[in-house]
Design a protein around this ligand. Structure first.
Ligand SMILES: [Zn+2]
Length: 227
């Protein structure tokens, strides 16, 4: 079995296989096991389809029915290529920085970034918006890259607190600054459609560092995202 690509931070396990280490800060890393990337995406799709067919079978569904027969493979492809694509480091967006030639020195806010994630406790959607902000150092970033960072970390089984921290850590790394803010407001379908079945509540999480720890700077950010 071969790893699809060798990354610079890969290690070799006891079987001689390469395994990818995604552990940057263990406290906020997604909990992946050591062999998370021994299988290729195609191999994972085949295995997940088999297992999902078993789940449907156990539930009593007739997989010979026209409407259901393609569901296991459809779900498997959706998991690997869409819903959980952010588990695979190969899908991490490349961030290109540009010189800040226009000497922009104020806060930049990218607000209302669509956030579609998945609750790792129930495997149902988390739907919301993410607002991010930073102060440029000598470099600036293409705006859509901010959306791509949010999307990459959202497309995993998540808890909202970890997602917030992962986005903040990546913004600091990519933008080479501590001056970042992240604010997520999201509805959890595990709260909305099962259990307590509360359709009105939403969950807010935030991360402020560097200049955003200053109350005035923080309130400028909050008024920008609420206007
Ligand atoms: Zn949940």
């Amino acid at each position: 079995m071969k790893l699809p690509v060798t990354l610079s931070n890969s290690t070799t396990n006891g079987n001689g296989h390469k395994s990818v280490s995604t552990r940057v800060n263990p406290a906020i890393s997604s909990p992946l096991h050591a062999n998370a990337f021994l299988l290729s995406d195609d191999e994972k799709v085949v295995l997940i389809a088999e297992k999902f067919a078993e789940i449907m079978e156990i539930m009593g569904l007739d997989l010979k029915d026209d409407s259901l027969s393609g569901t296991p493979e459809r779900v498997a492809k959706m998991y690997i290529h869409e819903t959980f694509q952010g588990l695979n480091p190969l899908n991490k967006p490349d961030i290109t920085l540009f010189e800040n030639n226009y000497a922009y020195g104020e806060m930049l806010v990218e607000r209302n970034i669509t956030l579609h994630s998945t609750c790792e406790h129930h495997f149902v959607p988390i739907l919301g918006v993410c607002h991010v902000a930073y102060f440029a150092t000598g470099k600036v970033v293409g705006l859509s890259k901010l959306n791509r960072i949010v999307k990459y970390y959202a497309k995993r089984p998540q808890v909202q607190e970890r997602l917030t921290e992962q986005i903040a850590a990546e913004l600091k790394r990519s933008l080479q600054t501590e001056d970042v803010a992240v604010y997520i407001d999201a509805e959890h379908l595990c709260v909305k459609t099962r259990g307590i079945e509360d359709c009105a509540s939403s969950t807010v999480t935030s991360h402020y560092s560097g200049r955003f720890k200053d109350a005035g700077v923080r309130s400028e950010f909050l008024s920008a995202i609420r206007s």
